[in-house]
Every structure is written in structure tokens, then in C-alpha cells.
Design a protein around this ligand. Structure first.
Ligand code: NAD
Length: 377
């Protein structure tokens, strides 16, 4: 007989409890009393302990209310000891890339957060889902649309929740822009411009410049923020894109795109323009509407962001965006609140990324997009 882990047994028991009780003629009140206690904080395991996990996610997890840092998965043995000491992680919750799948038997881990180079997202997200864990996959969701589909399907099949690491959907300035657009505070949006770029001057051998590990350059790294921005800046998905690529340092950007601009048409009539680069600095979202405008500058760094409209500045108290993001996902699991960043949003952005690259390959041709309401939130 196939062995079944206690956690899986509990979870199956939980799911099938009502039906089983009825069959056994047992009163439901009794069943509820015996049911496994619902957790009030979910355990997260970070997979990949690079700069984002080290300087953003782990510190944020010291502050979260609905989830906590419970485990780590690392390919670097020295980090096991370092993190265990720093965050009090028991050895039973420490995994490497090879024994990772045995996390299935660990009841202390509810969510696996994949924070690895882009090429590794698909494998670890699928393995996490197959282990029965909810998944947060960092942006960009994967190397291509096909991989996004594979992750989504694996999570559906395993009955686990999936989110992508787009932290800004939990961030108050971004939420305010979404509100201004949704409520048409300044009427219809006519034009939106979104830039997300930084200058890459570091190690030329870093994975972000290696096409096999990154899947692309500025567009895959920062460009997804610009794509996100023009979408929540109009409240719509684009219906077409035309794109251009600029290369001024081919000796450094040997395999990956350096600077890309792209123009979008939106179904409501708005035009959108994005710029993303690994050879310039930019961090802005601007929208021009019927009777006013809004602006975030900066629009996508770790905060605090800065917001203005044609009527003046707006501000919110600063909290770590990653804290808000991970708590929002944990609340989605615990309380059934909305998943602010479902997997289909990550897939939608990858469809757009592929269309941008296609347009460039075809000399700036207009590529039609048929996204409907996909991934809008
Ligand atoms: P990083 O280079 O600092 O860390 C990468 C980690 O992966 C390291 O721990 C490294 O040891 C491990 N790794 C395993 N195999 C590797 C390989 N073959 N080559 C290189 N590293 C390997 O990267 P990061 O900045 O932490 O980015 C990780 C992921 O998080 C990326 O997908 C990135 O896009 C995403 N990210 C998201 C945000 C955000 O704001 N949401 C910010 C930064 C990074």
C-alpha cells in the first residue's frame, strides 16, 4: 500500500471531513471539534538565498502577521548554518535542491517561495506544487508562456494556490493609482507612460546577462514592471504592441537586450509607451486623463514611492512591500480573500513579453494581442 504522509492525510481528512461524517452518521459538530486546527500563520520556505531573499524577503518575514519564515532551500551549504543561526530555523526545515521534494512531509511548511534565476522557476514551482505546497514564484514567472502554463497546471492539479512576486499590487501608492483609474477620478485615461530601468555595470558573468538563465535582458527583469504599470495605469489589457530595441554596449550585453521601448494600444482608446533598460536609470509611471493626470516617481522600487496628481501630492505610511505582499497571499489562503497576483497575471505578462520580442524580430511590426480580461486585478 502506498504510504501517505500525516500532513497529506490531515489535509485530505480536512477536505473530506463533512462527507465522511455524513456517511458515518456522525454529527457535524463533533467532526468540527476533532478537525485539525486551522493555522493562523503559514510557514514559508524560501528557495534560493540570493540578494532578494537575504535583503528583502527574510527581513520582511520578521514583520508579517499571517506568515513566517519557517524553512530554507539552498544549494550553498554555508548558508544553511548562517540562516539557521540568524533566524532560528531548525535543521528539519532546511533543504537543498536535491532533497527538496521531501518537503512534502513537512507540516511546518505551507508555502514555497521560489526566488531563483528565472530558468529555475518552472522546475521548483512544479516540484513545490507536487509536494502539496502553495507557491509564490518570483517575476518574471518563467522563461516563456509554455512554462507559465506548466506551473499553472501543476498548481491546479495539486489543488494549491499560486501567486507571482509582483509586490506592488499590495503597495498603497500603486493601489491608489488603480483606484484613480477604476473610479475614473480624472475621467478616461488617454496616455500612459511607464519606465523601469537601472544601469547594469557589474559582473559580466552574472546570471541576468546569461540568456540561458534569464530568458532575456532588461525586458524580462525590469520590463515586466513597465508592462504591469501600463496595464494598471489604464485598467485594461493592451490589444497591440510595437517594439524597438537599442544596443550601445554589445560587448557587455552579449546575449541579452539592453534597452527596449514599446508602444501599446488599449481597447478604451488609450496609448501606452514603455521604456526598459539595463543601461539607463528610470522609475516612473505617468497617466494623462480627461481632466487631470497622475504620477508615481519612483513607481517600482522598494519604497516609499512618491505620488502626485494634477491636484497635488498624496502619501501613505511606509511598510515593507514584501511584508504586505506575503501577508496578502497568506490571507488569501487562510481567509479566502482575493489573490491579488494570480498565476494567470504572470502568464499574461509573458504573452506580452513574447509579443514584444516578436515585434522586434519583425522590425517593429504591430503584433495583435487578444488577452481579454486575463490577469486584470
Ligand atoms: P541573486 O543572483 O541575488 O540570487 C540567486 C540565487 O539563486 C542565489 O542564492 C544563487 O546561489 C542561486 N542559484 C542557484 N543556481 C544558480 C545558478 N545557476 N546561477 C546563479 N544563481 C543560482 O538573484 P536575486 O536578485 O535574488 O533574484 C532571484 C529571483 O528573484 C529572480 O527571478 C528575480 O527576477 C527575482 N527578483 C524579484 C524582485 C522583486 O522585487 N520582486 C527583486 C529582485 C529579484
Amino acid at each position: 500500500m502506498k504510504k501517505i504522509s500525516r500532513r497529506k492525510f490531515n489535509s485530505r481528512l480536512g477536505k473530506g471531513l463533512g462527507g465522511a461524517a455524513l456517511l458515518a452518521g456522525m454529527p457535524l459538530s463533533h467532526v468540527t471539534a476533532c478537525a485539525p486546527k486551522q493555522k493562523d500563520s503559514l510557514g514559508i520556505a524560501l528557495v534560493g538565498l540570493g540578494s532578494y531573499s537575504t535583503y528583502q524577503l527574510a527581513p520582511s518575514l520578521q514583520d508579517t502577521q499571517y506568515c513566517h519564515l519557517a524553512g530554507i532551500v539552498t544549494g550553498t551549504p554555508s548558508k544553511e548554518k548562517e540562516w539557521a543561526q540568524k533566524y532560528g530555523i531548525p535543521s528539519s526545515n532546511i533543504y537543498n535542491y536535491e532533497n527538496f521534494d521531501s518537503i512534502a512531509d513537512n507540516e511546518a511548511i505551507d508555502i514555497v517561495y521560489v526566488v531563483l534565476p528565472n530558468s529555475m522557476h518552472v522546475d521548483f514551482s512544479i516540484r513545490a506544487a507536487q509536494a502539496g505546497k502553495h507557491v509564490i514564484c518570483e517575476k518574471p514567472m518563467a522563461m516563456n508562456v509554455e512554462e507559465c502554463d506548466a506551473i499553472i497546471q501543476a498548481c491546479e492539479k495539486a489543488g494549491v494556490k499560486l501567486s507571482v512576486g509582483y509586490r506592488l499590487h499590495s503597495e498603497p501608492y500603486t493601489q491608489e493609482v488603480k483606484r484613480l483609474v477604476r473610479e475614473k477620478t480624472f475621467g478616461d485615461v488617454h496616455y500612459v507612460s511607464a519606465d523601469a530601468a537601472y544601469m547594469s555595470r557589474g559582473n559580466p558573468d552574472q546570471w541576468r546577462l546569461d540568456i540561458k538563465l534569464s530568458g532575456g535582458g532588461a525586458l524580462m527583469n525590469m520590463g515586466v514592471y513597465s508592462i504591469q504599470s501600463v496595464i494598471y495605469g489604464t485598467g485594461e489589457n493592451p490589444i497591440s504592441v510595437q517594439a524597438q530595441e537599442f544596443s550601445t554596449r554589445p560587448e557587455y550585453f552579449k546575449q541579452t537586450d539592453e534597452t527596449i521601448t514599446a508602444q501599446f494600444e488599449f481597447p478604451g482608446g488609450a496609448a501606452g509607451n514603455i521604456m526598459t533598460s539595463h543601461n539607463a536609470s528610470a522609475n516612473r509611471l505617468y497617466g494623462s486623463c480627461d481632466s487631470g493626470w497622475y504620477e508615481l516617481q519612483p513607481a517600482n522600487h522598494y519604497g516609499p514611492l512618491h505620488g502626485r496628481t494634477s491636484e497635488g501630492e498624496f502619501s501613505f505610511p511606509h511598510e515593507r512591500q514584501q511584508k504586505l505582499q506575503m501577508d496578502d497571499f497568506a490571507k488569501h489562503i487562510l481567509q479566502g480573500t482575493k489573490n491579488l497576483v494570480p498565476g494567470e497575471m504572470g502568464k499574461r505578462d509573458m504573452i506580452i513579453v513574447e509579443a514584444v520580442y516578436k515585434s522586434i524580430a519583425e522590425g517593429g511590426a504591430k503584433i495583435k494581442l487578444d488577452l481579454g480580461e486575463m490577469g486584470l486585478s
